[in-house]
Design a protein around this ligand. Structure first.
Ligand code: MIC
Ligand code: SF4
Length: 641
């Protein structure tokens, strides 16, 4: 066999297309996951498609994001999720049971299977050898109905790991080092596949930290082989039967190879405000810290928490610091409670939060004004923490715990000793918070609260698409800029009209008002537009506000798919310099849209205000063009049903 692991899994799931990098392929999807902040939409969409029951091998809905219930909205959404899932055949992981990616890895992940999830960190499953992708809710809904997942065949970047991590250097430092080298755009169109002698030194949860944060590279996904370490992890989870070996063929090739010597790595920090703004902790220096948050789907495994407990044992959190700890799953929390490590964490003064996303998505714990917050999370975009001027640094659990005690950023390799950690004989298995769906045919009443509002529907575009420029934004705009999350807004994830009041307000408070005044229009942006989360709200809310097209230098993968699914035309400048000449309010006419969608995608954008023309290309594969012609995926699915 000459195939690498990525190609082997793709070959085994290929429904359409050729495995030529860049060309459209369709994959069979074995498993899906949703979380509650994107799941309500995904299930509303599944219902709108008119399918009675899911057709996947396994579909799970997790309730982990919207767990702060400061009004009826989140609780109503949870009830909707529980009832709709029971009816259509989806398992539900109840609130408190843990973060989707952590629980899925522990209880459901299977090497060699495909998984898509309505969350950008679904590639966490790559730690156990799954080919796992983040996707918009509509794509997940289609996969639940048995439909294929359509992507571009990725390039495969081989990451050769050699050596072993030194004490206090962590899996987080591996992915931060790769982000330092490749940046938040460096993974676009690629899968990061890990190989080499260093792989065996990493446990499955450590591998999952690395694949989780591959999302920040803009990668299609990341994957590790499935080896004895994987088998061992599955055995300890009582799921040894799910193991199969997966390794790259002897003559497997990669489109590019990076080498990381684990033994040379130092503790790192991603500095404000981007995950690729990486320096060593030593280079950043001993800056005073006001908050430390440990948890999130990147770093909340039993291993991570045991390291934290070791560093906190017998210590006190520095008086100037607020330390929060959120274990990633109830399995982890219960094991910490049983072995006494939780007592070490509590004893040091940590504020123990429930097993959920919590501060990572701004669900509470916003730092103080201008505060420095060290977080073991994966994103430090400006304002995401809920405090506009907070300085968020992304670090490993070891750096976080050592710094919480000292009150300043601390390189743990300067400490004595080394945390001793052995994988537990057996992980504690208690699936009593995972509800099985009702048997097929059993009547289940779906409960809908008043917060659930209709989904906006796209419209088929005319030959010319006209509109004024609503906003002109720079490079690397995230979905957190387009449609912010946080404690105040997440309760409205099933209420697009309400969300629309906050669309783009982080960039321009006048945006929603202007969109109304202009009667909708066109968004102009820079490189890597829409990076970050998978939230389709970053497409559906602009759609609701009348956005018809976006014209940018380049697009992030999941957001591009979400725009197409919503029926918003994604266009890329042929000549990036044209971006500079456009201003808010300019009247644009995109000429020949329908013709372009049936031919080569090329359009001419006439700036009627400035009297100039720009060349652009509609960024969409063949099937995506048909979806755009139909006015979005829901219309397309109905037409083709
Ligand atoms: C995130 O980390 O930004 C989220 C919240 O998990 C999102 C999903 C969402 O917006 O609900 C993601 O990463 O896809
Ligand atoms: Fe939750 Fe944060 Fe992970 Fe997103 S990145 S799934 S908000 S823990």
């Amino acid at each position: 066999m000459n195939l690498n692991v990525t190609q082997q899994i793709i070959a085994a799931h290929l429904l359409e297309g050729d495995m030529i990098p860049g060309s459209d392929i369709a994959l069979k999807i074995d498993q899906t996951l949703t979380q509650d902040a994107t799941g309500t939409m995904a299930y509303l969409e599944f219902e709108a498609m008119g399918q009675p029951r899911v057709k996947t091998e396994l579909s799970v809905a997790y309730i982990d994001h919207n767990t702060l219930q400061s009004g009826f909205e989140n609780a109503d959404d949870h009830r909707y999720l529980q009832t709709v899932c029971s009816k259509i055949g989806v398992y539900v992981s109840r609130p408190g049971n843990g973060i989707c990616h952590q629980v899925h890895l522990e209880r459901f992940g299977i090497p060699g299977k495909t998984l898509i999830g309505s969350d950008s960190h679904t590639p966490t499953g790559g730690g156990i050898g799954m080919l796992a992708f983040g996707a918009g809710g509509l794509d997940v809904a289609v996969a639940m109905g048995g439909g294929a997942y359509h992507i571009r065949m990725p390039r495969v970047i081989g990451v050769e790991l050699i050596g072993a991590l030194r004490p206090y250097v962590s899996a987080k430092d591996v992915i931060l080092e790769i982000l330092r080298r490749k940046t938040v755009k460096g993974g676009v169109g690629s899968v990061f596949e890990y190989f080499g002698p260093g792989v065996a030194s990493l446990t499955v949860p450590e591998r999952a930290t690395i694949t989780n944060m591959g999302a920040e590279l803009g990668a299609t996904t990341s994957v590790f082989p499935s080896d004895e370490v994987t088998r061992d992890f599955l055995n300890r989870q009582g799921r040894g039967k799910s193991w199969t070996e997966l390794k790259a063929g002897k003559n497997a090739k990669y489109d590019e190879v990076l080498t990381v010597d684990l033994s040379e790595l130092k503790p790192m920090a991603a500095c404000p405000h981007s995950p690729d703004n990486v320096m060593t902790v030593d280079e950043v220096g001993k800056i005073p810290v006001q908050q430390v948050c440990i948890g999130s789907c990147t770093n909340s495994s039993f291993r991570d928490m045991m390291r934290v407990a070791y560093l906190l044992r017998g210590k006190t959190v520095s008086p100037g610091v607020s330390l929060t700890v959120s274990p990633g799953s109830r399995q982890v929390l219960q094991m910490l409670a049983l072995n006494g490590a939780l007592a070490d964490i509590i004893g040091a003064g940590a504020r123990v939060l429930e097993c959920a996303c919590g501060p990572c998505i701004g669900m509470g714990q916003s730092p103080c004004s201008g505060g420095v917050s060290l977080r073991t999370f994966n994103r430090n975009f400006e304002g995401r923490s809920g405090t506009a001027d907070a300085q968020v640094y992304l670090v490993s659990p070891e750096v976080a715990a050592a710094s919480a005690v000292n009150g300043y950023l601390t390189d743990p390799t300067t400490l004595d000793g080394a945390p001793i950690y052995d994988e537990p004989e057996q992980f504690l298995i208690n699936d009593n918070m995972i509800d099985a769906p009702a048997p097929e045919g059993m009547p289940v009443k779906i409960e809908r609260g008043p917060n659930i509002k209709p989904i906006p529907m796209g419209q088929a575009p005319g030959e010319n698409v006209e509109g004024r420029v609503l906003i002109h934004v720079e490079d690397n705009i995230t979905t957190d800029h387009i449609m912010p999350a946080g404690a105040k807004l997440l309760p409205y994830r099933s209420n697009v009209p309400k969300l629309s009041e906050s669309c783009f307000t982080r960039c321009d408070p006048q945006f929603p008002q202007r969109a109304k005044e202009f009667g909708g229009g066109i968004i102009v942006g820079g490189e890597n537009y829409g990076q970050g989360s998978s939230r389709e709200h970053a497409a559906l809310v602009p759609l609701y506000l009348g956005v018809k097209a976006v014209l940018v230098k380049s697009l992030a993968r999941i957001h591009q798919a979400n725009l197409v699914n919503a029926g918003i035309v994604p266009m890329v400048f042929t000549n990036a310099a044209d971006y500079d000449g456009i201003e808010v309010g300019d009247e644009l006419c995109v000429e020949g849209v329908r013709t372009a969608l049936t031919t080569d995608g090329k359009v001419s954008v006439h700036n009627l205000t400035k009297g100039v023309r720009y060349e652009a290309k509609i960024e969409a594969g063949e099937r995506q063009r048909e979806i755009l012609l139909a006015g979005g995926l829901l219309n397309y699915t109905r037409e083709n049903a």
